[in-house]
Write a protein that binds this ligand. Structure first.
Ligand code: HEC
Length: 335
């Protein structure tokens, strides 16, 4: 008879353990699905897969080739490229840092899970191949690759491999380039010139042409001029460039924590944007003009703000106007 209460105690204890573990599992799940702004300590931290651990089943040689193409694009496709002369000498890795595996630096982790994807710029559902060709024609101011070419297959295989295990319903934070607080004034290329002279010149040179190697690829990319990205590239939009700089520059000194203030990043981005670069316009971009992001600097615009204000800000007024006339949904800094 004396054993009975002990059994009850044990049963009660087991029940308590079950309740605790179910409760903590639910808490984890709930956190995992919160929109990123609401997430706190439970942020999903994405860690890139290691290239050394590719299994044979994953088609390792094509993925390795894809990595080479991302990291040393110019050696294969640049002005002295071994495969063909398609691009301006920049490498994909100049903007997709660590071959697209660094967070807040145009990371590729979410691409496999989210493409094919509808994009407002083209007004169509884009495949990964289409998006890669966009960067080839805009960021690398070059020609597109045939979607059946060995190089395109390798680039896509690598990008898909980077994003394996990432799910659409549960995207990690740090993808793409994050938005940063808007500046209350127009960004100043004049201030930016001084910041450039103190913080950027040692890598990118006084003439902005970076540091090239003999094979005409760049250790530090050209920020303007004939070998840099053209005016239809994402980086030509001030919000994108300022945020990329804030998160990732100066390249050598930065260690996970921004060094430049927001104002410095906005102003130095304005200085870079104010310089000459290749002009290539795509007639099909932003066909629905009401969808143009606030910093897209080519008219016609749905609003009556000037081209200069679209290019350098201030953006708050434009955003407010969009919110008023379009119910807020389209008032974006644009992705
Ligand atoms: C001059 C900078 C630059 C270079 C060089 C560049 N890209 Fe991009 N890339 C961007 C920007 C900016 C975006 C858009 C990021 C955003 O929307 O926030 C982007 C987006 C992409 C995307 C879509 C990412 C997503 O999450 O939707 C892919 C894929 C991509 N690039 C591939 C490439 C490849 C492959 C190369 C080399 C052949 C390359 N890029 C070279 C700047 C660059």
């Amino acid at each position: 008879m004396a054993a009975k209460p002990t059994i009850y105690y044990i049963l009660a204890f087991v029940l308590l353990l079950c309740i605790i573990s179910i409760a903590s599992y639910r808490t984890y799940k709930v956190y995992a699905f919160l929109p990123s702004a609401e997430k706190d300590t439970a942020d999903i931290k994405w860690i890139a897969p290691s290239i050394d651990n590719i299994t044979d089943g994953e088609n390792s040689s094509i993925i390795h080739y894809g990595l080479q193409l991302i990291a040393n694009t110019a050696a294969y496709l640049g002005p002295k490229g071994s495969v063909g002369i398609l691009t301006n000498g920049m490498n994909c890795q100049n903007c997709h840092l660590d071959a697209g595996t660094r967070l807040n630096a145009n990371c590729f982790a979410a691409v496999a899970a989210t493409y094919p994807k509808y994009k407002e710029r083209s007004g169509r559902i884009e495949s990964v191949e289409f998006r890669v060709n966009d960067c080839l024609q805009r960021s690398l101011n070059g020609k597109p690759l045939d979607s059946t070419s060995k190089e395109m297959k390798a680039l896509v295989a690598y990008i898909n491999w980077v994003g394996k295990g990432v799910h659409k319903s549960n995207l990690p934070s740090g993808m793409g380039i994050p938005d940063m607080p808007l500046l209350h004034r127009a960004a100043s290329a004049g201030n930016g010139k001084n910041i450039y002279a103190t913080k950027c010149i040692s890598s990118h040179n006084a003439d902005g042409q970076g540091l090239a190697q003999k094979d005409s690829s760049y250790i530090y990319p050209p920020l303007w001029g004939s070998h840099s990205f053209n005016v239809s590239a994402g980086m030509y939009r001030l919000t994108r460039l300022a945020s990329f700089i804030k998160q990732n520059m100066p390249y050598v000194a930065i260690q996970n924590k921004p060094i430049l203030t927001d104002e410095e990043a906005w102003d130095v981005a304005a200085y870079i944007i104010a310089q000459k670069r290749p002009v290539k316009i795509f007639a099909d971009d932003w066909k629905n003009i009401a969808n143009k992001p606030v910093d897209y600097p080519f008219g016609p615009f749905a609003d009556s703000f000037s081209i200069v204000q679209h290019q350098y800000g201030p953006y708050e007024e434009i955003k407010k106007w969009m919110q008023k006339t379009q119910g807020g949904a389209l008032a974006k800094t644009g992705k």
